[in-house]
Design a protein around this ligand. Structure first.
Ligand SMILES: O=C(O)CCC(=O)C(=O)O
Ligand SMILES: [Fe+2]
Length: 284
């Protein structure tokens, strides 16, 4: 990580990397995503799933395992050094879904945030710095496959909220986006009140957040374009219980390269994965 990236991520809880994927590499990832989207339900590979009923997005579960151009993003050479640093050289992939946000899906209310005092437990997300390095045990890397223009909607963040000392009051922003029972799926908004940041990545950009930064998504405005991004979640490798001892089914694992399997494996804190010793990891 550059000093600028380290400072910005520590300060705000997010990082917007521009042009991570370009040219043929971007095209290959976009084409693979399109092939998954176009797959008839009966032909979806075992272990993968298309769920168009779930709220807020169309979900393409385990899309990272659909084809190698998507799987390769889990270890992309431009994000790999950042992932290694943010996990203190103990990275573990815990999920990789393609999300497609279309016009008509409801607002995705602000969520995440630092766990409040009554809920604090050792398994919850943590963010700190030790020895000049960030220690973050819950990270999300959003690999964008389509453009987002200002005014379209999409990802919103409360910058710096990963360091908040208080619970996020749901009455502060978009108060009607929650009901007493949880998310209000009748709620739509494209407003960006002061204090909220709408991030507008282009295809090929990557947005990294700490899961502890409060975030959500505005309703998607355009009717002729969707918002597609591969959501790669990483934890520290020793977060095995919270991360699930085995996050991927045998069918999904059978599709993965050895390098990705090692990335997805839980391990003790003292273990250093062989892939971590490498500056660049290519899938074999
Ligand atoms: O729609 C977005 O950009 C945010 C999605 C989100 O909150 C998540 O994947 O955790
Ligand atoms: Fe989220």
């Amino acid at each position: 990580m550059t000093p600028e990236q380290r400072y910005f991520f520590d300060l705000t809880g997010y990082l917007h990397l521009q042009g991570v994927l370009q040219g043929a590499e971007l095209q290959a990832a976009q084409d693979a995503a399109q092939r998954f989207i176009d797959t008839p339900p009966e032909e979806v590979p075992a272990g993968l799933e298309i769920n168009l009923e779930r709220e807020h997005f169309n979900w393409y579960i385990n899309a990272f395992a659909f084809d190698k151009p998507l799987e390769a993003l889990t270890l992309h050479p431009k994000t790999w050094p950042i992932l290694k640093e943010l996990t203190d050289d103990r990275p573990r992939l815990t999920s990789g879904n393609l999300m497609v946000d279309v016009h008509g899906k409801p607002f995705h209310p602000l969520h995440g945030g630092v766990p409040g005092a009554p809920a604090r437990n050792p398994e919850q997300g943590r963010y700190s710095t030790i020895g000049g390095k960030v220690q973050c045990n819950d990270l999300v890397f959003f690999f964008y496959l389509t453009d987002v223009h200002p005014g379209d909607g999409g990802l919103i963040i409360l910058p710096c909220s990963h360091k908040s000392h208080f619970d996020y009051p749901r009455s502060l922003f978009y108060p009607d986006s929650y009901t007493a029972d949880g998310y209000n799926d009748e709620y739509f908004s494209t407003e960006v009140p002061e204090g909220v940041l709408n991030v507008t990545p282009k295809a090929g950009d990557v947005v990294i957040i700490s899961e502890l930064v409060t975030h959500g998504a505005l309703s998607w405005g355009p009717q002729d374009r969707d918002r597609r991004f591969l959501t790669l979640r990483y934890m520290q490798q020793h977060e095995s219980v919270r991360g699930g001892l085995d996050r991927f089914s045998p069918e999904v694992k059978a599709r993965l390269s050895p390098e990705t399997l090692e990335l997805a494996a839980p391990a003790s804190f003292t273990h250093i994965k062989e892939i971590v010793e490498r500056e660049v990891v290519t899938l074999s």
